[in-house]
Write a protein that binds this ligand. Structure first.
Ligand SMILES: CC(C)(COP(=O)(O)OP(=O)(O)OC[C@H]1O[C@@H](n2cnc3c(N)ncnc32)[C@H](O)[C@@H]1OP(=O)(O)O)[C@@H](O)C(=O)NCCC(=O)NCCS
Length: 260
């Protein structure tokens, strides 16, 4: 580990190297496969991601990072897109969906983007807990400190909230440890890297499906309409049998990295 260990490390582990899709476009498939493999099934059914994900490959390949291990396997990923954000918290997008929609609209309009919007960081299951998430976050912070950019914004998915699905995200985001850092380990990584919490975002990503789809995605049965807690969900899923519809809002927390 180059003599560096723990979650705050940003040095590359021995034999590993970072790449971007701009330099190595053929690695898009393994990079994307890694990302798909770590999420609960329902998280792969965001209509906004479905509509815009390919822009990452076609229009912003220099902002899609992967980490290769010594054997040439992709073990971590970080995805981002530029966004025209003024720097005022009130102008932050309404969560992850709106962030991605705005990035796509900025691209179409040819707007100058002073900020970089993080979309996800993913570490392979068997490489968790080694501090690789900090390596990938450092890559995004580096990309956000270029000549015409100064800020990395991230609508962060607080990973451990899955254990507290009934707690309002407002309370969860404000939950600090005795040392002043967030209770949530993933918010803590951002915080330790220098980010501040801007605000909680209760409806960051919306996922809607039929009852049959939700049954397939969660392996749950829905005998009556109401709220259901599913594995990997950070909040309950609202099931309406009469409307043949289930709705889930992924709660996130806006964090802002001001960079130099
Ligand atoms: C979130 C994620 C990227 C973190 O990656 P990681 O490389 O395992 O994280 P790190 O090793 O840097 O550890 C980060 C913090 O989590 C803690 N942590 C690691 N594994 C943990 C576990 N199983 N349970 C609780 N905390 C854990 C670490 O102790 C560290 O906190 P601390 O050092 O401040 O105490 C990874 O879990 C992941 O890919 N999750 C699925 C996708 C996701 O949710 N991505 C984030 C939203 S985009």
């Amino acid at each position: 580990m180059n003599g560096v260990s723990g979650s705050a490390q940003t040095a590359l582990p021995e034999g590993h190297r970072l790449f971007t899709i701009a330099d190595e476009p053929d690695r898009w498939r393994p990079l994307d496969d890694l990302c798909s493999s770590v999420w609960p099934e329902f998280m792969l059914h965001s209509p906004v991601a479905g509509a815009h994900w390919d822009l990452l490959r076609t229009d912003w390949p220099e902002l899609q990072f992967g980490l290769l291990d010594a054997g040439g396997r992709v073990v971590a990923a970080a995805n981002a897109a530029p966004i025209a954000w003024s720097g005022v918290d009130a102008d932050l997008p309404i969560g992850w969906d709106d962030q991605f929609v705005r990035s796509a609209a900025d691209l179409a309009a040819g707007r100058r983007c002073e900020s970089l919007g993080a979309l996800q960081i993913v570490v392979a299951n068997e490489r968790r807990g080694e501090g690789l998430s900090s390596v990938m976050l450092a890559a995004l912070r580096g990309a956000a400190s270029g000549a015409d950019r100064r800020t990395l914004i991230a609508c962060v998915r607080p990973t451990e909230k899955a254990r507290y699905p009934l707690m309002p995200v407002e309370d969860y985001a404000a939950w600090l440890r005795a040392d002043g850092f967030p209770h949530d380990p993933w918010l803590r990584v951002h915080s330790r890297a220098g980010a501040r919490i801007a605000r909680p975002e209760p409806r960051s990503m919306t996922i809607t499906g039929t009852i049959a789809e939700w049954r397939e995605w969660t392996h749950l049965e829905f005998p009556v309409s109401g709220s259901y807690v599913a594995e990997g969900a950070l909040a309950p899923i609202a099931i309406d049998l009469g409307a043949d519809r289930g709705v889930y809002y992924d709660p996130n927390v806006w964090m802002i990295h001001e960079i130099g």
